[in-house]
Design a protein around this ligand. Structure first.
Ligand code: SF4
Length: 179
C-alpha cells in the first residue's frame, strides 16, 4: 500500500527550543526540514552553542538540517536593536529561507521565530507574508507559541542549550541591564 506523501516544509530554525514547539505542531502532517541561517547572533561561542543544539535536535528527530553553504559569520555588523533593526533582522533571515525553499521545491516555508513569546510575532508574520507574495511561495503561518514553555522545559531536562538573550549585541547587553 502506498503512503500518502506529505507536503514539504522548510522550517527556518533560530534555536532548538523554539524549533521544538513548531515541530510538535507540524510533524504529523508535514515533512519538515530545518534551515539554519542566523548571522545575527553575538558572539561566536553563542552562535556555536545555538547551532550545535539545533543540529543535535535535528539528529534526535531524524530531520534533515540544511544551511547556507557560503554563509559568512557577520554578527559584528549587528550592533543595534530597534524596531527597524528587528525588521531587517527578520527579513534578512527569512528572505534567505524563502529563496532556499524556492530553489529546492519546498511546498511551504515557515519559521521557529513564531514560537517565541519574546519575539515580535505580528511583525514576523507580516514580513513572511510579504516575502511569500514577492517570491510566489506558500508561507505556512502557525502560532507556535502555545506549548512553548512545555517543550522548552523538556529540552532543558535533556541538557539542550538555553539562550538568555535574543541574539544581537544590543540584546546581549540588555540582558545585563535587566538583571
Ligand atoms: S533584538 Fe533580536 S530580532 Fe531584534 S535585531 Fe536583535 S537579534 Fe534581531
Amino acid at each position: 500500500m502506498s503512503e500518502i506523501s506529505k507536503k514539504k516544509v522548510l522550517l527556518h530554525v533560530c534555536c532548538a527550543p523554539c524549533s521544538a514547539s513548531a515541530v510538535k505542531m507540524l510533524n504529523v502532517e508535514y515533512e519538515i526540514s530545518f534551515y539554519w541561517y542566523n548571522p545575527n547572533i553575538y558572539n561566536e561561542q553563542e552562535y556555536k552553542n545555538r547551532k550545535g543544539s539545533a543540529i543535535r535536535y535535528a539528529k534526535e528527530l531524524n530531520i534533515s538540517f540544511r544551511e547556507e553553504e557560503d554563509f559568512l559569520y557577520n554578527y559584528k555588523n549587528w550592533k543595534n536593536k530597534s524596531l527597524e533593526q528587528c525588521r531587517l533582522c527578520y527579513t534578512f533571515r527569512l528572505e534567505k529561507t524563502v529563496i532556499f525553499a524556492k530553489q529546492n521545491n519546498f511546498d511551504f516555508f515557515t519559521t521557529s521565530l513564531l514560537s517565541s513569546p519574546y519575539q515580535k510575532h505580528d511583525l514576523i508574520k507580516q514580513i513572511a507574508n510579504d516575502l511569500a507574495d514577492k517570491y510566489k511561495i506558500n508561507f505556512l503561518y502557525c502560532d507556535f507559541r502555545p506549548g512553548f514553555y512545555e517543550v522548552k522545559n523538556l529540552l532543558k531536562q535533556k541538557g539542550y542549550y538555553m539562550q538568555k538573550y535574543c541574539a544581537c549585541n544590543k540584546s546581549y547587553r540588555e540582558m545585563f541591564d535587566n538583571k
